[in-house]
Design a protein around this ligand. Structure first.
Ligand code: GTP
Ligand code: MG
Length: 136
């Protein structure tokens, strides 16, 4: 069984979608939210989390957006949850995302795409350490 890091981005919080999104995650058989925290992200945390995108044209606006309000950070555990959550979220660009996915149902803007989910086992381990350092 796997563990992944999910962030409900500031747009999801502002639009009152956190219950809806967590509900979709919990509805999946065998998946469970095992840690959860609402918090504002500082520059250092964002630089660690999105370091791979530093220097790209969308990096500065991305970091500004991600610090524009609180996010909800969650640990989700379950069978193939890393791949599963990426599919539940849908592709990065919400317009390209199928209806039925979170981004496909609620998003239109690439930057304001509601949710982050770790993209691999390595990313999950790295990102969980950033957001939930106390986790064993
Ligand atoms: P995350 O789960 O947030 O990491 O999204 P992702 O894995 O689907 O996308 P990626 O890691 O490639 O990019 C991180 C975030 O940067 C995306 O979620 C978008 O919010 C933003 N982003 C990525 N590509 C673009 C782009 O081409 N234009 C803009 N404006 N934003 C982008
Ligand atoms: Mg990513």
């Amino acid at each position: 069984t796997q563990r992944t890091l999910v962030l409900l981005k500031p747009d999801a919080v502002r639009r009152r979608l956190i219950g809806e999104i967590i509900g979709r995650i919990e509805a999946k058989a065998g998946w469970a939210v095992t840690a959860l925290e609402m918090r504002e992200l500082d520059q250092e945390t964002l630089e660690l989390h999105y370091g791979e995108h530093k220097g790209k044209p969308f990096y500065e606006p991305l970091v500004e957006f991600m610090s524009s309000g609180p996010v909800v950070a969650l640990v989700v555990e379950g069978e193939r949850v890393i791949e599963g959550l990426r599919r539940l979220a849908g592709p990065t660009d919400p317009i390209a995302a199928e209806p039925g996915s979170i981004r496909g149902d609620f998003g239109t803007i690439v930057r304001e795409n509601l949710i982050h989910a770790s993209d691999s086992e390595e990313s999950a381990i790295r990102e969980l350490k950033i957001f939930f350092p106390g986790l064993s």
